[in-house]
Design a binder for this molecule. Structure first.
Ligand SMILES: [Fe+2]
Length: 384
């Protein structure tokens, strides 16, 4: 994350700041981890605290249908039904105390309310669709292959270009960050990082909206959606600066690290949070030792669950994989290529595979929705 500034801000923080007519602007510190995490300073036209009404909250926390799972699972994400509303479309599939992940196929843009996740950072991976993430810090255009990283507290709306949208989403109870080993002590991305600051899509300036009325913000906190009606438009920020803001990153800008022999999954790492990592598997040249085996070796991820989400291309190590499939390989038992996949990979020069992997370090619970979308034959599919 780097320093960014948009719009009008005063020369110094925490000093008088007025518009041309002598009316005060209202400063807000917007940050995470108390006052010790990253933050930005925002300047509003109106005080951002003018609440009119609190409607009845409703529970959206995921419910476990299977706990203590040790069975490999295949879940067909594209079979989740499209739904008009962005929040209602969210179908949680897997969760633990560190994260919630699932799919959403929303058809309609958010027009009559705003959303704020007050408990989690969000990662939205755009598998199908395009549009604009509209936030009180500016807008970010998105398209196929974009990750949108939306820090907790960001007030936003999703505007879609069409009704054909498929999103992989992840909510993290800790900040979602780029891998620490790819950053120097100042936070700059290092030369061996598979991406750099130029690849980051920062919010673009948009004029503040000075409107009074009734503005519904659905605030997620403690697993509940709390509908709160405010008296002023939330996108009334005239300017801001700091390190805390949503951003976009295209998976197509991830530069794969390859080698003469098989490179382990950490070379594909893109993001991390407390007790999980997110990896991007992108089209790349295969290992180039004359006797290399490009398919991954069998491995025992004893201390980690592994969720692969298949985006596009042939997936080298698995048979019968389609777009939108999830495979879950639980910690505690080894997994590896399907019969024939290792042999098939030898001599191959490159792969077009595109996938997002999330490895949570603690066991995942499965929801009923995950079971409803499951292909139950997967667990024995390694038998010859
Ligand atoms: Fe694996």
């Amino acid at each position: 994350m780097r320093y960014h500034q948009l719009g009008e801000i005063p020369q110094k923080r925490h000093v008088v700041f007025k518009d041309a007519n002598g009316k005060h602007r209202y400063e807000q510190l917007f940050g995470t981890e108390g006052f010790s995490g990253v933050s930005s300073l925002l300047y509003h036209i109106h005080r951002p605290t003018q609440m009119i009404r609190f409607d009845k909250p409703y529970d959206v926390s995921p419910k476990a249908a299977v706990e203590k799972n040790i069975t490999p699972r295949l879940v067909q994400g594209f079979k989740a039904k499209p739904t008009d509303d962005f929040l209602e479309a969210r179908t949680p599939l897997f969760f633990n105390n560190d994260l919630i992940m699932g799919v959403a196929a929303p058809r309609k843009s958010m027009t009559d309310y705003f959303y704020k996740n007050g408990q989690c950072d969000e990662m939205l991976f755009i598998h199908k669709g395009s549009g604009k993430l509209k936030t009180f810090l500016g807008d970010i255009s998105f398209e196929y292959g974009d990750y949108l990283i939306i820090p907790r507290g960001t007030i936003y709306q999703m505007e879609f270009d069409t009704e054909e949208n498929r999103i992989l989403y992840l909510e993290s109870f800790s900040p979602i960050e780029t891998p620490r080993r790819y950053r120097n002590k100042y936070g700059q991305l290092l030369e061996h990082s598979p991406f750099c600051e130029r690849d980051i899509k920062v919010p673009e300036y948009k004029a503040p909206i000075d409107e009074k009325g009734e503005f519904l913000i659905k605030v997620k906190k403690a697993g509940m959606i709390h509908p709160i009606t405010y008296a002023t438009h939330p996108f009334d920020v005239v300017g801001w600066d700091g390190y805390f803001y949503p951003y976009g990153f295209s998976i197509h800008n991830f530069e794969p690290i390859t080698g003469r022999i098989h490179q382990p999954p950490p070379v594909h790492q893109n993001f991390e949070g407390n007790n999980f990592v997110v990896c991007s598997f992108c089209p790349r040249l295969y290992d180039y030792h004359p006797d290399s085996v490009p398919a991954p070796y069998n491995h025992s991820n004893i201390d980690s669950e592994e969720v692969l989400y298949y985006v596009d291309g042939d997936f080298m190590s698995r048979n019968h994989i389609e777009q939108g499939y999830f495979t879950l390989h639980p910690g505690g038992i080894p997994h590896g290529p399907h019969p024939g996949a290792m042999e098939r990979s030898i001599g191959q020069k490159e792969t077009e595979e595109l996938a997002v992997m999330v490895d949570p370090f603690h066991p995942l619970n499965l929801t009923q929705a995950a079971l409803d979308l499951e292909d139950d034959s997967y667990k024995t599919s390694w038998l010859e």
